[in-house]
Design a protein around this ligand. Structure first.
Ligand SMILES: Cc1ncc(COP(=O)(O)O)c(C=O)c1O
Length: 333
């Protein structure tokens, strides 16, 4: 069975990342982040996101999201996000459990929020019977494979500021968004106060980071990270991965490769008159596949039937997907 298209976590780790981990396997180093690899990674994050930004390495994407959100929320506040958001659908209620805050899912057409969609939630500030909107959380790219432009993010950021809210970006696929938009990582999360920075889906063995663009919000982050089991003691191995990832542009190279594979797949499917449901702005392709073809494909490939009633399927392209892999899938339609 071909596991390539079911998720971007099925791919092997990048050899250059493995080498960085192996190189860090060098003698004794202080634990919990007091090591030279963490120091170097921190400097690289500052280069990418600004001198004032703060880097908190964590183990998982869910860990990054709960650490980021708990740092900026009070239990009586709520998080506004798209109904499709990972924090709403795929984290087993961890954000609610660890922040005590209510998640308010909002229906969207393509996974993206706009200020207009949010405005009805901010009409009654201070009303003690309602949770108080505290965070706007967006995913970049979204769970439906679309990307926010810098202008769209800035509009959300202005809205957030106007209503005393924080803008959180779940950047599990921030590299794919930046590569698609042709901008830097910082530009791909323009206006955000705090970012969950992804690595695992784009070549790392494990590991993500919470990056505070607004460092004043990070006063309590280290305590939350520890309580949530996200403070990895042998942190040098986690941080060592981010060094070549950022310094050598591996993030861009890998994300561009994944995005190219997705474009190739979408083009090939359109040529076969298969409808592409969402714009392909990253490495995900959502296609309406007739049920008889779903049945045939399922014998050979694993992929996600996103919405059975609409015959909507998701094909994720990992950074390792080659033109030949795409060809093989297309030939099976
Ligand atoms: C948008 C988004 N955020 C976060 C995550 C990270 O989740 P995990 O806790 O599995 O690392 C994922 C993984 O699928 C994701 O798609």
């Amino acid at each position: 069975m071909n596991n390539l298209f079911i998720s971007d976590n099925t791919s092997p780790a990048d050899q250059r990342i493995l080498k960085a981990v192996s190189d860090a396997n060098d003698g004794y180093a202080l634990s919990y982040g007091n090591d030279r690899w963490t120091e170097e990674a921190e400097a690289l994050f500052k280069k990418e996101f600004g001198e004032d930004s703060l880097y908190f390495p964590v183990l998982t994407g869910t860990g990054a999201n709960i650490t980021a959100l708990a740092s900026v929320l009070k239990p009586f506040q709520s998080v506004l996000c798209a109904s499709t958001a990972h924090i709403n659908v795929d984290e087993c209620g961890a954000p609610e459990r660890f922040t005590g805050s209510k998640i308010i899912p909002i229906e969207t057409e393509n996974g993206k929020l706009t200020p207009e969609m949010l405005s009805k939630y901010t009409l009654n500030p201070g009303f003690e019977h309602h949770s108080q909107p505290g965070v706007i959380s967006v995913s970049q790219t979204t769970e439906t494979g679309t990307a926010y432009s810098e202008i769209e993010l800035l509009e959300l950021s202005e809205f957030a500021k106007k209503h005393n809210m924080i803008l959180h970006v779940d950047g599990s696929r921030i590299a794919n968004a930046a590569a698609f938009l042709g901008v830097s990582l910082a530009e791909a999360c323009r206006g955000a106060d705090v970012l969950s920075f992804g690595g695992t889906k784009n070549g790392l063995i494990l590991g993500e980071a919470v990056v505070f663009l607004n460092p004043a919000l990070a006063q309590e982050t280290k305590y939350h990270r520890k309580q949530f089991g996200q403070l990895y003691s042998k942190m040098r191995y986690l941080s060592a991965q981010f060094i070549p990832y950022l310094r050598d542009g591996i993030w861009h190279e890998n994300a561009s490769r994944a995005n190219r594979a997705a474009s190739l797949l979408a083009d090939g499917l359109m040529k076969k008159n298969i409808h592409i449901h969402y714009p392909v702005n990253g490495n995900a392709v959502f296609a309406v596949v007739p049920p008889e073809i779903i049945e045939k494909l399922s014998l050979k490939f694993r992929f996600y039937v996103w919405d059975e009633s609409a015959s909507l399927c998701r094909f994720m392209c990992p950074y390792t997907a080659t033109a030949q892999d795409i060809e093989e899938l297309l030939n099976s339609f």
